[in-house]
Design a binder for this molecule. Structure first.
Ligand code: 26Q
Length: 817
């Protein structure tokens, strides 16, 4: 009957094959002998997308029938990664598809390589959103992921003469077989102009917003499948011109100007801003945020009213999760829609609004907390500025009534009046939400006690923690088939959806045959990565080396340059004949720098310079190799994590909100060298301190050091070996003559060292020596590796989503078979 069920869904080998051939012929216009791999991939993707939508339709029908409460996840960024492999897994047809293709002499692996991923995000935050869609779909949570359909995603990184250079990401160039455009699902969005306050015929106050620009957002839907069953969609908005609006220019004969307007409308969703954790206050960015928020809220109100429900019950049928402050203009927009468009009273609308939104904070870095100048916001969204002022004035009143000091009130205000007046989006989100959460235990604690402490004392029950999680199906089942199969052989495949199943691996830690297979799988994965590295960079690394990996966005707080200092110390040790204790190792870096981030780009240049020195010096290159893998992406990450022995998670304590790469590495059996920062703290707790390489200051120690008045130069003077390493940064030997090349990094570390690299240096170096010692004992290492995987249950996105459902959303699953 399982065969029958498959037939019903079109999931047998025969049906996949015929559907694939039909798609190739009728939609791509090719026959197999004349088709390129891209044609073949596209045909297969179309066949699979149809099946995915079928699951979505079934889920949606059931949700409507049950009149169930839904989650709308608002995120300006998504990083879904390649769809094909995941969808095959989720439909349970990877084997059937492989066989169907084999009968046509086509290799599934070749087609998987063809896929271009949607790079619609910068890093952790976007990837988290996609992991959460995967988990919500799997658990049958009625949900939609709303966002922006950027025509150009995160730039493509190339390395030229050792420097990062950016090229545009033309991800739609060959078409996107996964999405379906819905021209009938489109909403108008207004910008600029002015407001008029007047009375309507009932003498009620009424505000009219007369914009000077209008455009429309059109929905593009991409199915997101859950594991064996449910399906949801990611709905992304693309901006377009409203032809009727101001097309009078055309009638006046100025056809060219009319078309120009159209192009300007399309500009809005043209490109993703490539900054993370650092803001640029750009007008277009605010417009993008408002645009997607307005379309999404209009869509939600439309869906709500379609079921004949009153808007006063909106919060009973929808909850909206704000992925950081990027969509936080939502608070004002929902108020505007309820009050201005649907004539709801202010108090009632405010009550509904505050029961609808929940806000996730992802950062404590002051430079990453979003603020918008009042002048800019008022220029683009005049009505919203009025609404924000009104919310603020009522809020400040409340504060005066509850005995906050003048100073506290000023610091809690939605408006920062210290310099150029600007709107604090985190405050707007906090005031307008029923829950606020951080993304790891440590981060949530710091959020409550520092960044939003006054709010936490006002509304203690509003604050909570939901530790981040990742998709085990993508980051183990799909990306590491070797390890997955080995695990499944031992404990079955229940771990795909049951968090605690991996724990069963503990029973096999001492099993020598299992240990042996475990190391073989890792070695096999390392061989594959070594080939890829060779192909991408021309650098050869021996698979037997310790693969020590540091991949993530390049940022000073993440301290890629601390790793570089370690590498230089090894280099100098080997050169001076003291390198016997060092195990052969390959240092593998990857990650993009924001194009305008001077120091981050220098750090990339430093890594490539160290690589050139080390890799070409026969005295050292049999011991150590340094690789910078260009263009880190989800697709590339899926090749990197399975091959890592050591995961570098070395941010300064108190700076990394959570980190999720740390989880992906550990799930693939890498051991972690890390600080007590973000989710490292919890990972260490779960896997045990004896299976985790801890180093560095704690958050409290960092605060103490800073309070004392930190003087990095003193450490430089006191520690001769550190001095030698630092001076090497500005040597002719490293820079090939241009001793100014790395001076900015050198000066920064000696003068300010805001992320305390010099302070943590000694502890890091000692920890690394210890790591090399443990590595020599392969059996010990393997056992630790197994224990890491066995104890990763907590970090499944399925657990995170359960936490959100129970603690925050109060939403129940609706399952279809
Ligand atoms: C905002 C306004 C204007 C331009 C850019 C931005 C912007 C864009 C992206 C600001 C921040 C981001 C991304 C932040 C991010 O990725 N944060 C990471 O979120 C992860 C998921 O919770 C955490 O694991 C990481 O610790 C955190 O750094």
């Amino acid at each position: 009957s399982s065969k029958e069920a498959q037939e019903h869904l079109g999931l047998t080998k025969e049906e996949i094959k015929s559907s694939f051939l039909e798609n190739l012929f009728y939609r791509i216009g090719r026959i197999p002998p004349l088709a390129s791999n891209l044609d073949l991939y596209s045909a297969l993707a179309l066949a699979i997308r149809d099946r995915a939508f079928k699951q979505f339709v079934k889920s949606t029908t059931e949700i409507a029938r049950k009149n169930a409460k839904s989650v709308a996840y608002f995120s300006a960024e998504y990083l879904p990664g390649p769809h094909l492999g995941m969808n095959l897994l989720n439909l349970g047809i990877t084997t059937e598809t492989r066989q169907a293709l084999e009968e046509l002499d086509i290799k599934l692996e070749d087609l998987l390589e063809e896929e271009v991923e949607p790079g619609l995000g910068n890093g952790g935050l976007g990837r988290l959103a996609s992991c959460y869609l995967d988990a919500m779909a799997t658990q049958g949570i009625p949900s939609v992921g709303y966002g922006i359909r950027y025509e150009y995603g995160i730039f493509k990184q190339e390395i030229k003469d050792g420097w990062q250079s950016e090229a545009t990401d033309k991800w739609l160039h060959f078409g996107n077989p996964w999405e379906v455009v819905r021209p009938e699902i489109a909403y108008e969005v207004k910008f600029g102009g002015k407001t008029e306050h007047g009375q309507d015929f009932n003498k009620e106050l009424h505000v009219e917003w007369i914009p000077d620009m209008k455009l429309k957002g059109t929905a593009y839907d991409t199915p997101v499948l859950g594991y064996k069953g449910n399906g949801i969609i990611m709905r992304l908005w693309r901006s377009e011109a409203i032809e009727s609006f101001d097309f009078s220019a055309y009638n006046g004969g100025d056809y060219y100007r009319a078309v120009e307007k159209k192009i300007r409308s399309e500009n809005l969703t043209k490109v993703l801003y490539p900054n993370d954790e650092n803001l640029s206050g750009k007008e277009l960015r605010l417009k993008q945020q408002y645009f997607f928020v307005s379309c999404s809220l209009q869509d939600i109100l439309h869906l709500h009213m379609l079921q004949n429900r009153s808007l006063e019950t909106l919060h009973e049928k929808f909850t909206i999760q704000l992925n950081d402050t990027h969509p936080s203009i939502s608070v004002a927009e929902l108020m505007r829609l309820l009050v201005d468009r649907h004539d709801m009273e202010w108090e009632r609308a405010w009550d509904v609004t505050r029961k609808t939104f929940a806000y996730t904070n992802h950062t404590l870095l002051p430079e990453a907390l979003e603020t918008w100048p009042v002048s800019l916001l008022g220029h683009i969204l005049p009505r919203h500025l009025e609404i924000i002022y009104e919310i603020n004035s009522r809020f400040l009143h409340e504060l005066r009534d509850s005995n906050f000091s003048g100073e506290q009130i000023a610091s809690m205000s939605l408006i920062d009046e210290r310099g150029e007046p600007s709107v604090r989006m985190a405050h707007l989100a906090t005031v307008g939400s029923y829950k606020v959460n951080g993304v790891s235990a440590l981060h949530s604690m710091l959020l409550k006690n520092q960044v939003l402490s006054d709010f936490a004392s006002l509304w203690p029950e509003k604050f909570s923690n939901v530790t981040n999680g990742i998709s085990y199906r993508r980051f183990l089942a799909v990306s590491n088939p070797g390890l997955s199969n080995l695990i499944t052989e031992k404990i079955g495949d229940g771990w795909y959806t049951r968090l605690d199943d991996l724990k069963k691996l503990e029973n096999f830690v001492e099993d020598e045959e299992f240990q042996q297979k475990w190391t073989e799988v890792k070695l096999e994965n390392k061989k594959v990565l070594a080939c890829y590295i060779q192909e991408q960079t021309g650098i050869s690394v021996a698979p037997e080396m310790l693969f020590d990996v540091h991949v993530k966005r390049i940022h000073e707080y993440k301290r890629q340059h601390l790793k570089v200092l370690h590498i230089l110390s090894l280099y100098l040790r080997i050169k001076s004949g003291n390198g016997n204790e060092i195990a052969p190792c390959a240092f593998i870096f990857g990650g993009k720098a924001a194009p305008g981030y001077f120091m981050a780009k220098r750090i990339i240049r430093l890594i490539t310079a160290v690589g050139e020195r080390v890799n070409n010096d026969p005295e050292v290159n049999s011991k150590i190799k340094v690789v910078f893998l260009p263009n880190f992406s989800v697709k590339q990450a899926q090749k990197v994590y399975p091959a890592a022995d050591l995961s570098e998670q070395v941010s300064l304590a108190g700076k990394e909100a959570s980190g999720t790469g740390n989880m992906k590495f550990a799930l693939n059996g890498a051991l972690t060298v890390g600080t007590l920062d973000g989710a490292n703290v919890e990972i260490c707790e779960e896997v045990g301190e004896e299976n985790f390489f801890l180093f560095g200051l704690t958050t409290a120690e960092v605060e103490a050091v800073k309070a004392e008045g930190y003087r990095p130069y003193k450490l430089y003077e006191e520690n001769a070996r550190l001095r030698e390493v630092l001076d090497f940064l500005v040597s002719e030997e490293l820079s090939g003559g241009d001793t100014e090349l790395f001076r900015p990094i050198y000066e920064n570390l000696l003068q300010q060292d805001p992320y305390l690299l010099l302070k943590d240096y000694e502890s890091y170096i000692n920890c690394q020596d210890h790591i090399h010692e443990v590595w020599r004992n392969k059996k010990e290492w393997t056992k630790k590796s197994i224990l890491n995987v066995a104890n990763m249950g907590k970090f499944s996105a399925d657990r995170s989503i359960r936490d959100y459902c129970e603690e925050i959303w109060k939403v129940e699953p609706v399952r279809v078979s």
